[in-house]
Design a protein around this ligand. Structure first.
Ligand SMILES: [Zn+2]
Length: 343
């Protein structure tokens, strides 16, 4: 039956029948959503996205399933709440099914939940719409509005510079998507306008490689704002962009795996050869699209006799680097290694 005919055939339905049908379909939609989240928890726990050629469950939902970014974030946050607070999982699941909780309002409270307030927050947002939850959180969470304003925007500027071979920054916008209310202790809000032309131009580091230019606007609050002001006092000749640059460099170094023993020149060669993109290809031929947080991986691990020649090196994202390590050394071995590295 064609859609037009189907719609026409509904004309004879009584009001009760029509409302009943809509009610039935909405109930089915909620049940399916609840089940989707339960399955997503298991999918994420097993990291199945890696086998499918994605760097995260979020990437799989957006690029693989075609969900919108906000839909993927909401489902992810709802799943994370049920994992973090297992004693509430049963209640949250039944509230999703009976329509008292939506994944949207769950996502709104995700960043504000802790062991002390989780029960109270779930009770208080049940049955409320977005605006009501917004008002509740503004009254209940100290500094809520300031936290909301910490979202950054970024724009990659057009220009002659092409992405540098060693650049690993391409998904900053994703950070803002996931970093709702990162600070729990907001006390003040500081607006800082960068006026680099009023400061002496610092000498560019000799090793600096031309890369993409990004315009970034960010509101720092609390600790972050105090840190930036203090760093400005400590390094009066550095403009804010250099301070951010250095901070990003430190974060990148902190994430580097032992594979960074590979000389910089060879690393640059690998980034260029592999097109600044993870090289993992799933069984059905999908190449991982991750361009952020890339690591130079040894195809044959050093522990098994592999060397640092370009033929034995490839780019992998963090998720696929870990998957390859598990395939080489086993899951249990890698879990022990990660655990011991944390202590
Ligand atoms: Zn990957």
């Amino acid at each position: 039956m064609q859609v037009a005919e189907k719609i026409q055939s509904l004309e004879h339905l009584s009001q009760v029948e029509l409302v009943g049908a809509l009610d039935k379909y909405l109930g089915a939609e909620r049940r399916l959503l609840g089940c989707f989240i339960l399955y997503l928890i298991e999918f994420d726990r097993r990291k199945i996205f890696r086998e499918l050629g994605f760097s995260s469950s979020y990437q799989w939902m957006t690029s693989g399933l075609g969900l919108s970014e906000s839909s993927a974030v909401r489902r992810t946050n709802a799943a994370r709440i049920m994992v973090r607070f297992p004693h509430l999982a049963e209640k949250i699941f039944s509230k999703i099914l009976n329509g008292q909780l939506s994944v949207m309002v769950l996502s709104m409270i995700f960043a504000h939940m802790n062991n002390e307030n989780c029960v109270e927050l779930i009770e208080n947002i049940s049955g409320k719409n977005r605006l009501e939850v917004e008002k509740f959180l503004a009254n209940r969470i100290e500094g809520y509005h300031a936290m909301q304003s910490t979202r950054a925007w970024m724009r990659i500027l057009p220009g002659p510079s092409k992405p540098s071979e060693s650049s690993e920054i391409s998904e900053i916008s994703e950070v803002s998507e996931h970093s709702e209310a990162s600070s729990q202790h907001v006390q003040n809000e500081v607006f800082f306008e960068a006026k680099s032309n009023q400061m002496p131009a610092p000498a560019a580091p000799a090793t600096q490689v031309p890369g993409p230019a990004i315009r970034l606007a960010v509101t720092l609050v609390g600790e972050g704002a105090r840190d930036l002001l203090r760093l400005r006092e400590l390094y009066p000749y550095r403009d804010p962009s250099q301070i951010i640059n250095d901070a990003l460099g430190l974060m990148r170094k902190a994430r580097d795996l032992p594979a960074s023993r590979v000389p910089k020149a060879i690393q640059r060669q690998i980034f260029a050869r592999d097109g600044n993109q993870c090289t993992f290809v799933s069984d059905d031929g999908r190449r991982c699209s991750e361009r952020g947080r890339l690591q130079v991986d040894h195809i044959l691990p050093v522990a098994k006799g592999g060397d640092d020649r370009a033929e034995n090196l490839r780019l992998l994202c963090a998720a696929h680097n870990q998957l390859m390590a598990e395939r080489h050394f086993g899951k249990d071995f890698m879990r022990d290694k990660v655990t011991s590295a944390k202590h």
